[in-house]
Design a protein around this ligand. Structure first.
Ligand SMILES: [Zn+2]
Length: 62
């Protein structure tokens, strides 16, 4: 079991070597069915490249 966990961790680190891949993964975890604003449940968003944030197009929640 311990060996399996170590392999998983290694694969995890390989997968997240780039910020873009990591960000994409976090997005998938947070919004597995696509973006949904936690405040107003709006489904459209902007990605603010300069601040690495997603912002709701309706209520501007980030
Ligand atoms: Zn919103």
């Amino acid at each position: 079991m311990a060996q399996q966990e170590a392999m998983t961790l290694k694969r995890f680190q390989e997968k997240f070597h780039s910020d873009d891949v990591c960000r994409e993964h976090l997005f998938q975890i947070r919004w597995p069915n696509g973006f949904c604003c936690p405040k107003c449940e709006h489904a459209a968003f902007y990605f603010l490249e300069s601040r690495k944030l997603y912002q709701c197009t309706r209520c501007k929640h980030q």
